[in-house]
Design a protein around this ligand. Structure first.
Ligand code: SF4
Ligand code: SF4
Ligand code: FES
Length: 238
């Protein structure tokens, strides 16, 4: 079948943002990324977008597809069977570098602010740090995060409060808060109690809806809020 793609175009060196429409022949089971590749390789090599694994692992092709943040390699043409054309746009709230490519520096700095690494209390063991299957279960959902930024692009709070650290950073905070090998539980909790950490989240659930790795993002944020209320004297600066 013939399918139309309306693609956001922006080259800071060449002028104003605009949309450009391309028609490709695509089978229902083909991925949106396959179509984008066909457009780039056969029609217009100037389109900018990121991709690498093409199998939902690297997280590099997060974009807005018909208004919803998703990985282009995980969505199929048949998912948009009812649409006359499929619109591809960069992730919202991110600075656009070119076409569908956004600047990830600020997003990654927010994750870095959560110290997304193990800080054990005790000196390292002779071999590796062991973790029981029960302890691993506490973080097994969140370790699936591939840093695609779909959740952060989809979160309506990011639009109103750009200082909110955002759902992906909170997923990484959760990942180490509940890692039983980590020794920084209380300082991590204090960080999460800062005004632009967990508290601006108002449970829109958009992050959870779009996460391609099916991470219970909102549930994790709410669990950290409860943990703060249980352990700190001034939750939310009260
Ligand atoms: S649940 Fe919280 S983090 Fe997720 S989209 Fe809603 S406000 Fe944003
Ligand atoms: S939580 Fe999900 S949507 Fe957010 S960055 Fe990680 S994998 Fe992507
Ligand atoms: S290209 Fe790697 S996740 Fe889509």
């Amino acid at each position: 079948m013939e399918k139309q793609f309306r693609i956001f175009r922006f080259d800071p060196a060449a002028g104003e943002p605009h949309y450009q429409t391309y028609t490709v022949s695509a089978r229902p089971e083909e991925r949106i990324l396959d179509c984008l590749n066909k457009i780039k390789w056969e029609q217009d090599g100037s389109i900018g977008y990121r991709m690498s694994c093409a199998h939902g692992v690297c997280g590099s092709d997060g974009m807005r597809i018909n208004g919803v943040c998703a990985l282009a390699c995980q969505k199929l043409v048949r998912d948009y069977a009812d649409s006359i054309e499929i619109t591809l746009e960069p992730l919202p709230f991110f600075k656009v570098l070119k076409d569908l490519i956004v600047d990830m520096d600020d997003f990654l700095a927010r994750i870095e602010s959560m110290r997304p690494y193990l800080i054990p209390a005790d000196p390292p063991p002779e071999k590796e740090y062991l973790q029981s299957p029960e302890d691993h279960k506490k973080v097994e959902d969140v370790i699936r995060c591939i840093l695609c930024a779909c959740c952060t692009g989809a979160c309506p709070v990011m639009r109103e409060n750009p200082d909110y650290v955002g759902p992906a950073a909170l997923v990484w905070a959760y990942r180490f808060l509940y890692d039983t090998r980590d020794g920084e539980f209380m300082t991590r909790l204090e960080k999460l109690n800062e005004p632009n950490s967990v508290w601006p989240c108002v449970n829109y659930f958009e992050c959870t809806r779009v996460c391609p790795k099916v991470i219970p993002v909102t549930k994790s944020i709410n669990m950290m809020k409860r943990e703060i209320k249980k352990n700190l004297p001034n939750p939310g600066g009260e």
